[in-house]
Design a protein around this ligand. Structure first.
Ligand code: SF4
Length: 361
């Protein structure tokens, strides 16, 4: 018998009795999936019940105060996930009349929903044949199919997806997905898998070849370097226009030939005072008086193997000049190629033109 039949048969007999397995309600499935990304099933259960008690449907969640949503989430960590759920509930309430979007593509457009959750919801709630890939699934498939490519590499992920697309049951894609995940959680465990109890052991490559300890293969992600970017957004008003200074990025670093602002890179987060006392500040200011009027966007950006922590210091100057920087009229900023995070900042200023003239309260 094929993998798909054996595994679904096994799932029907051995699955754990969990509340979200008694429903096809996409809202409940969504909540359970997001909670289970944070914690194990036994701990997640209590959170799921509490969440459902307080926010039984999309509309209640959409109308809730963010603070109350966060409170129910408290202890799970990654609070941005709870905020994203809250935002997405608002979108469903406002744009879809509280009816959960009914296809993978539409679900994936909601904030905070990636491939994994969109596949899980669309397959379980709507019967769309979208394979779900998580750590349990990767382990089961790599062992069963004998995939020796690292499961966290592009090639490895592609092979796993191809296997699942060939195998997924088009009549019961939700059960198929849950069955593979459940097998990984209960039988095909990371250490000492229970192969004798496994419904697919007769066709399993790793079992037949004594390779369960060697599969799946993973490559260690390189460690992430954290860089602190302090951007000096020097602004000056002349008659009716605001001017700002840009710097073209040269050298062998990220964003070569794009423009950003005069930058002071540090090894840790600095206060305004510390920044103003730094040598780099003196080099940028020269004989001019630069006055910080506001600090914005204490934000994190993830690049490959790098994390940027970025602050924008909005600064006032008079008759500023620096030979390395380019003075432009603010309204001309769209003429210069800039990295995404600078573009986002400039858009924000476009939307709130008062930012340059605002002094701290
Ligand atoms: S036979 Fe063993 S290694 Fe293969 S899928 Fe089953 S539990 Fe995993």
């Amino acid at each position: 018998m094929e993998f798909r039949y054996l595994i679904i048969q096994w799932y029907e007999r051995h699955k754990r009795d969990l509340p979200w397995r008694h429903t096809h309600d996409p809202y409940r499935i969504w909540v359970s999936e997001i909670i289970l990304q944070q914690t194990r099933v036994d701990q997640g259960l209590a959170y799921y019940h509490r969440f459902m008690e307080q926010f039984p449907d999309v509309e209640t969640l959409a109308k809730a105060e963010e603070e109350d949503v966060i409170k129910v989430w408290q202890g799970l960590g990654y609070y941005s996930r709870a905020r994203n759920m809250h935002q997405s509930a608002k979108t469903i309430y406002q744009d879809y009349q509280s009816i959960f979007p009914a296809s993978y593509e539409e679900i994936k457009r909601l904030r905070g929903i990636g491939d994994y959750s969109a596949s899980a919801i669309s397959s379980i709630a709507y019967g769309e044949p979208r394979p779900v890939i998580d750590g349990n699934v990767m382990r089961v498939v790599a062992r069963y199919a004998g995939i020796s490519e690292a499961v966290n590499s592009v090639a490895g992920k592609k092979m796993i997806m191809e296997f699942l697309l060939r195998q997924i049951d088009h009549d019961k894609p939700g059960d198929f997905n849950q069955a593979v995940m459940e097998l990984g959680a209960l039988v095909c465990k990371p250490k000492q898998p229970l192969c004798i109890q496994c419904p697919v052991h007769s066709g399993c490559f790793a079992h037949a070849n004594g390779l369960t300890a060697g599969l799946p293969v993973t490559i260690k992600p390189r460690s992430v370097t954290v860089r602190f970017f302090n951007y000096l957004v020097i602004s000056e008003r002349k008659e009716d226009d605001w001017y700002i200074w840009l710097k073209k990025r040269t050298g062998n670093d990220i964003w070569k030939n794009l423009y950003d602002f005069p930058l002071i890179e540090t090894e840790r987060e600095l206060s305004v005072k510390e920044l103003e006392n730094s040598e780099d500040w003196k080099l940028i200011a020269g004989a001019h008086h630069l006055q910080v009027i506001q600090v914005m966007n204490n934000a994190r950006y993830l690049l490959t193997h790098r994390e940027l922590r970025v602050k924008f210091f909005i600064i006032h100057a008079d008759d500023y000049f620096h030979k390395d920087f380019l003075k432009i009229r603010f309204s001309d900023h769209h003429k210069y190629p800039v990295p995404r995070l600078i573009e986002n900042f400039l858009k924000k200023v476009d939307d709130q033109p008062g930012i340059f003239s605002k002094f701290p309260d």
